[in-house]
Write a protein that binds this ligand. Structure first.
Ligand SMILES: [Zn+2]
Length: 304
């Protein structure tokens, strides 16, 4: 006896045998199952001995010998040798049937497992497909955004990194960036003396009604009519520079209004002393005297 004496001590061999002995008979041998009479009789007689067979894998050949041996042993108790012979045959048949059933059960559980395996594989493939589709959609969306940014950058006359695209996909000039007032400006006349007087800015030929944008983040300091300039807007930017747009056809901002880079402030026109539709642009660094816009804007990376 081992020194282990707790409630869960290892069962003794006798106890193990007793437990095994109380094992239930397989269903096929239960009350609800019809068995050939002689076989049933034999099985009743050999019930004790049959446990050996039940604890053995019934699908194997040993099961048959385990059954037939006690049957043969007890057949001595049956007076009629013919009946004994028939009984042996019936037991063999029953066991064969049971073996077949066990095999079919095994095959069925195998095919269930295979079916589950296939279902899992199908699910995995579907998941993979969905993941790939989502990734492709994401790539496509990113490509689309990049293309939109590039187009917007071209439109705004700025580099791509100076363009932001909001959630709705609307492009805008990044905070603090600088843009030209016009898309595709056509330079027509420059800063300097002209017709005996000082021309304080650059002129761009442009059809009436073309949108004009704020060049950077700033505040409207003048919006209205001015002699010679016609409809005019002055914007002071964060660095103190003031830009002036003259000869406009309409204004879309008022004095004191904050504007962001690229924001539309009005439309071009032919108002004031003008010989044709154009934008007159002046640059006043620090709000002081005007300078040649072209070189000042070139320093901001903006050319025309
Ligand atoms: Zn001009």
């Amino acid at each position: 006896m081992s020194s282990y004496s707790g409630r869960h001590r290892t069962p003794t061999r006798a106890e193990r045998r007793a437990t095994t002995g109380r094992r239930r008979l397989p269903k096929a041998f239960g009350a609800g199952y019809a068995l050939p009479t002689a076989a049933a009789a034999t099985l009743v007689v050999t019930a004790g001995g049959a446990t050996a067979a039940q604890s053995t894998a019934l699908a194997s050949g040993t099961a048959v010998s385990a059954f037939t041996a006690p049957a043969a042993q007890h057949s001595e108790a049956l007076a009629d040798p013919a009946l004994a012979e028939r009984s042996k045959g019936e037991v063999a048949q029953t066991v064969a049937g049971y073996t077949d059933l066990a095999q079919r059960r095994q095959e069925s559980s195998q095919s269930v497992a295979e079916g589950q395996g296939r279902a899992q594989e199908r699910q995995r493939v579907a998941r993979d497909k969905k993941r790939k589709e989502l990734a492709a959609q994401k790539r496509e969306a990113a490509k689309q955004r990049a293309a939109e940014k590039k187009a917007a950058a071209k439109e705004l006359g700025v580099s791509t990194e100076d363009v932001t695209v909001d959630a709705a996909g609307t492009p805008a000039v990044a905070d603090g960036a600088w843009v030209l007032p016009l898309t595709n400006p056509v330079f027509t006349s420059g800063f300097g003396p002209r017709w005996g007087r000082m021309h304080a800015g650059d002129d761009f030929g442009v059809p009436i009604g073309t949108p004009l944008r704020a060049m950077s983040n700033g505040e409207v300091v003048f919006a209205g009519q001015q002699s010679g300039y016609g409809t005019m807007v002055d914007i002071r930017y964060s660095d103190g520079t003031i830009s002036r747009y003259g000869h406009m056809s309409s204004l879309q901002v008022t004095v004191g209004q904050k504007v962001s880079a690229g924001e539309q402030v009005g439309l071009s026109g032919n108002s004031g002393r003008s010989t044709g539709p154009h934008l007159h642009l002046e640059i006043h660094p620090g709000g002081g005297e005007p300078v040649a816009p072209r070189s000042w804007l070139a320093a901001k990376g903006l050319t025309y």
